[in-house]
Ligand binder design. Structure first.
Ligand code: HEM
Length: 291
């Protein structure tokens, strides 16, 4: 049983009745120790939900977005490290992290099932309280897109003047994770065009014939290029999971708001459908027709 020492002479700390505070040897007194909530900062996280409407369902809307942002935070942590490992040619840790990123994305894909329990009238009741706020302004999502190579300088404008702007701008100007993979192909002696190797990192990935040929060589001689082959398949896993996320987003949005415009100002579903056409690693998908 833990002692109930008055921490500061305050009688409130000494009031737990002795004898009732025992449970399988578990620690009960955290007046002088770090607790679970302290370590995780739960004081902040669990008090960061502030519904603006009187509607019961707004809590779901908030928690769904906040948990997605937390998973995105972990994804970015892993992806930035993957990029560093690829640059160093250190593939085993990169593979481990890429596998984790794909699983996080799977989790985010399944998370849409929870949001899909929100009906159109439930959303309509909270929409006026959302103002112009929209996931479109998620700077973490934008950084994920930039790291994957879907660069778009115009989208930085949304974040002008915010504390996140410098980080996002740096991400726009840093070679994507996929660009690092292409440089790795070149370092393995596979011929990559100078145009692709020297491409402006702030521009979106453009399919390149030499890159497709290089990946074809990798897929054609897996014994020789096993590590690059594994990298290619991990990238395909990641893009596939990302496509599923986009698809579940647009179908859930259509189910909830139909064809109304988005709070962020776009046409809504038709905008999100266009985003489904974005291909992050074009050569890795194009080559499949030739295999
Ligand atoms: C009822 C729930 C939701 C609705 C109705 C909805 C609707 C929309 C719409 C219409 C857009 C296009 C931009 C705009 O005009 O607003 C958008 C973008 C976006 N939403 Fe959602 N969304 C919902 C939930 C979520 C959730 C839970 C997330 C998770 C973080 C999310 C993340 C995003 C992101 C990242 C974008 C930008 C996509 C891009 O630019 O490609 N949304 N959303």
């Amino acid at each position: 049983m833990s002692e109930n020492k008055p921490a500061s002479g305050c009688p409130m700390h000494a009031t737990a009745p002795a004898g009732d505070a025992e449970w399988h040897g578990a620690q009960m007194d955290f007046s002088n120790k770090m607790s679970y909530g302290d370590y995780l900062g739960l004081e902040k996280i669990l008090h960061a939900q502030h519904p603006l409407s009187p509607n019961h369902n707004e809590m779901l809307f908030i928690v769904q977005h906040q948990t997605s942002e937390l998973w995105m935070k972990l994804m970015l942590h892993e992806m930035r490290a993957v990029r560093i490992h690829l640059r160093a040619g250190d593939l085993p840790p990169a593979f481990k992290m890429l596998a984790r990123v794909a699983r996080i994305m799977d989790q985010l894909v399944h998370a849409w099932d929870v949001l899909a329990t929100m009906t159109p009238p439930e959303y309509t009741a909270i929409r006026p309280y959302l103002g112009a706020s929209s996931g479109f302004q998620s700077y973490q999502y934008r950084e994920i897109e930039f790291i994957l190579g879907n660069k778009n300088a115009a989208l930085l404008n949304v974040h002008a003047g915010t504390p996140e702007f410098p980080l996002l701008e740096e991400s726009l100007n840093t070679p994507s994770l996929y660009a690092e993979a292409i440089h790795l192909l070149a370092r393995h002696g596979l011929p990559i065009s100078a145009e692709r190797l020297n491409a402006d990192p702030a521009l979106p990935t453009v399919a390149d014939a030499s890159v497709q040929q290089a990946w074809l060589q990798v897929y054609g001689d897996t014994t020789r290029y096993w590590a690059l082959y594994e990298l290619a398949e991990k990238l395909v896993d990641m893009e596939t999971a990302f496509r599923f996320w986009r698809f579940r987003h647009v179908t859930t949005v259509e189910r909830i708001i139909g064809f109304k415009t988005g709070t962020g100002g776009t046409a809504g579903v038709s905008y999100l459908r266009k985003m489904l056409d974005v291909v992050l690693f074009p050569e890795l998908f194009a080559l499949r027709t030739e295999l």
